[in-house]
Design a protein around this ligand. Structure first.
Ligand SMILES: Cc1cc2nc3c(=O)[nH]c(=O)nc-3n(C[C@H](O)[C@H](O)[C@H](O)COP(=O)(O)OP(=O)(O)OC[C@H]3O[C@@H](n4cnc5c(N)ncnc54)[C@H](O)[C@@H]3O)c2cc1C
Length: 677
């Protein structure tokens, strides 16, 4: 790696003995874990090769702290520069490793796998995470040929503009209009009010020259619903905004520093009719409107976005867990027995309770996110064959998983930050940056509560199917069982309890909606008043899916492909995850099965036992995630454990320390102190 030009480094070349001690104590082979986590030897080898190629000449001076000390404009410029440097490297790697493929460029461009190359963020994230796929799924093959291919090669760059200043969640409330003009065979786009301005889309401000705009389609002044339009917004040569386009950046945010989220207003902007994405709904030249065969198809590109977000947020949690766990192996503070030396903070059981459940959660969530992606691709294949019956389930499952993975990661990263005490509050720990990025996922691509309510609707429909004796979607197949025979506390029993609690809560919500309607409330009022139970049922549905999938991965057929030592570690992590999930949901579980004080004590004992078993392996498990130091971007989490030197070096390099006396001393502080009041 490139060396620092910030003066001679004080960071030792040796590994801190406290962290080395952890590695020596591990009961399994870290490489086995890394191979399993990354899906086999070929994947792991390629991942490492890509990382070492990308990070080989990286500018080590670009740290999270140094980027954050820049102005908004400078951060944007740095983000653009870094993102394009990465794009260039990935294009080369694609040619070298898999010519003609898309797995490296653009596959790795926008995820967190190579964040270390872009500490200021990536203004093209939405372009690759959603836009290209939206054109593929919502556009015709010819449209993909015309726009999608150019977008895929970054010959054009587009934002995905759905949210407006006045409306985000409520799609039908969008005010942007697209009126069809049959005389010229064009759509005319308008932003009728200030609240109709598009607001928030990533890359829209100054990076994109196209935008996929969600607008209300009107033919002869009659509304036909929301459709997607590919709108050129800047000149492809000069990058000047096109006539009728009012565009800019929304300003500084909690995070997403260099992502260039923007606003867009349109005044009589004309685009050809063929710029409306028409795979499903169509407008013909004479103004005939052909409806989509299934309304939900219009939202399918969001399902893809949710799969992507779910997986990414689990990576953010894994990064944070690695940082906090390594730090906890090096940090010594206080002692357990007064006369003995200071202990590593990881020896405190309360510290283990902050760290290890987050390690377990990122593993469980990650495995479920991968399963979700498999199901998404299955549904995609079904749609191509004209089979639409799986759409309801994949929509609900992707909503539930997006909520679980984003809320688990945001809450988890905050817990991990607290686990690092004061130093966790430093920008150079990278924990605040990780938190602000993870928590944005709770809002974008469907606000989490709103998504849970949509899952709740799917569960209500499923419960009605149970009562009508109709078959259920596979992930809700357990909904008929609202009571459990017996509590044993085994792993299978805990998963069954979570499923049963989901069923119970679902039926409870359905009963309460019916009772409210019986008492004279409208369906909307009854559903709103039952919102708390509906969202609880939805969360339980998500947690049940994750738990059942984790159990299957650890104890199912895949166990045969792993070493006994690795299986033992995974069983330990599974036990911790399930026992904690049972204790967290005890208020729901005791409603569906007889559970005694003794049973709860036994769960508590299992929790403590699993923390203890995980203690010698915690650092090694995080090593097994296999993040290179550059991708952690943290003074606290480096592999060598030289925490204090890194923290101090970063502080010394703070731009404020360049001069011994700041200018403001002469201009303000001194005159004020000398003035006599
Ligand atoms: C970092 C970031 C990046 C973004 N990128 C993009 C992008 O690329 N493209 C784009 O189009 N948009 C983008 N957005 C916008 C984002 O998608 C919306 O902010 C999001 O969908 C939430 O909508 P909202 O802002 O209207 O929230 P609101 O819906 O106003 O939510 C506010 C509160 O109201 C509650 N609420 C709203 N409706 C209901 C309801 N029906 N029932 C119960 N409670 C309700 C919510 O639960 C929440 O508590 C981005 C946002 C952020 C923060």
């Amino acid at each position: 790696m490139a060396t620092s030009d910030r003066g001679s480094s004080i960071i030792p070349k040796t590994v801190n003995p406290d962290i080395q001690e952890e590695r020596n104590a591990a009961t399994f082979n870290v490489e086995d874990f890394a191979l399993w986590w990354h899906g086999g030897e070929e994947n792991l080898k390629r991942k490492r090769y890509v990382e070492s190629s990308v990070f080989a000449d990286i500018d080590e001076n670009k740290t999270v702290a140094s980027i954050q000390s820049l102005s908004h404009d400078e951060i944007y410029a740095a983000a653009m520069e870094d993102a394009l440097a990465l794009a260039g490297k990935l294009r080369k790697l694609q040619k070298e490793l898999n010519p003609g493929g898309k797995d490296i460029w653009p596959g790795l461009f926008s995820g967190p796998e190579l964040w270390g190359a872009m500490p200021g963020g990536n203004p093209f994230t939405v372009h690759f995470s959603m836009l290209v796929d939206a054109i593929r799924n919502q556009g015709t093959d010819e449209q993909f040929e015309k726009f999608g291919k150019r977008a895929e090669n970054l010959e054009i760059c587009a934002a995905f503009a759905q949210t407006e200043l006045g409306h985000g969640t409520f799609l039908r409330g969008l005010q942007t209009r697209a009126d069809f003009d049959s005389k010229t065979d064009e759509f005319v786009l308008n932003t009728p009010t200030i609240t109709a301005y598009k607001f928030w889309p990533g890359g829209l401000g100054h990076s994109a020259n196209y935008s996929l705009v969600m607008a209300n389609l009107y033919i002869d002044n009659k509304p036909k619903g929301v459709a997607m339009f590919m709108v050129p917004i800047r000149d492809e040569e000069t990058h000047m905004p096109l006539p009728g386009i009012d565009i800019g950046d929304v300003g500084k945010k909690l995070g997403f520093y260099g992502v260039n989220n923007g606003y867009l207003g349109m005044k009589n902007v004309r685009i050809p009719r063929t710029n409306m994405l028409m795979r499903h709904a169509q407008v013909e030249a004479d103004g005939t409107f052909i409806q989509s065969p299934a309304a939900a198809l219009g939202y399918f590109s969001m399902v893809f976005g949710r799969c992507w977000i779910s997986a990414n947020n689990t990576t953010m949690l894994a990064i944070a867990a690695t940082i906090a766990t390594r730090y906890s192996a090096v940090r010594r503070q206080g002692s357990i027995n007064p006369k003995q030396p200071e202990v590593k903070i990881m020896d405190y059981v309360t510290q283990q309770m902050k760290l290890f459940p987050e390690i377990a959660t990122c593993i469980a969530d990650r495995l479920a996110a991968l399963k979700l992606r498999q199901l998404y691709h299955q549904t995609e294949r079904d749609i191509k064959k004209g089979k639409y019956d799986g759409l309801g389930e994949i929509h609900a499952l992707s909503c539930a998983m997006k909520v679980m993975c984003t809320s688990d990661s945001a809450a988890g990263i905050e817990r991990l930050r607290l686990a690092c005490g004061g130093h966790g509050y430093l920008a150079s720990s990278n924990l605040s940056n990780l938190y602000s990025t993870a928590t944005a996922g709770c809002t974008y691509e469907g606000e989490n509560t709103v998504l849970l309510l949509q899952v709740g609707r799917f569960l209500m429909k499923s419960a009605q199917q149970v009562m009508a004796g109709k078959p259920l979607a596979p992930t809700a197949s357990y909904l008929a069982k609202i009571k459990m025979d017996q509590w044993s506390g085994s792993w299978e029993n805990i998963v069954e309890a979570l499923e049963c609690a989901t069923a119970n809560k679902t039926h409870q919500a359905l009963k309460n909606i019916a009772a409210r309607m019986e008492a004279g409330q409208t369906q909307g009022e009854a559903a709103n008043n039952t919102g708390i139970e509906l969202t609880q049922a939805a969360e339980l549905y998500g947690r049940s899916f994750i738990a059942a999938n984790f159990l299957q991965e650890v104890t199912g057929i895949n166990a045969k492909t792993r070493s006994p030592a690795l299986n033992k570690v995974l069983e330990n992590i599974l036990e911790l995850y399930l026992v904690k999930a049972a204790l967290d949901n005890m208020n729901n579980i005791f409603r569906i099965v007889k559970i005694t004080d003794e049973d709860v004590n036994s769960l508590q004992a299992s929790l403590e036992k699993s923390l203890k078993s995980m203690r010698p392996n915690a650092v090694a498990i995080c090593d097994g995630f296999d993040f290179p130091d550059r991708n952690l971007l943290s003074t606290l989490g480096c592999f060598d454990g030289n925490v204090y030197e890194r923290i101090f070096e970063e502080a010394k390099n703070c731009s404020l320390n360049k001069e011994p006396v700041p200018r403001v001393f002469h201009t303000h502080l001194k005159p004020f102190m000398k003035s006599k009041m």
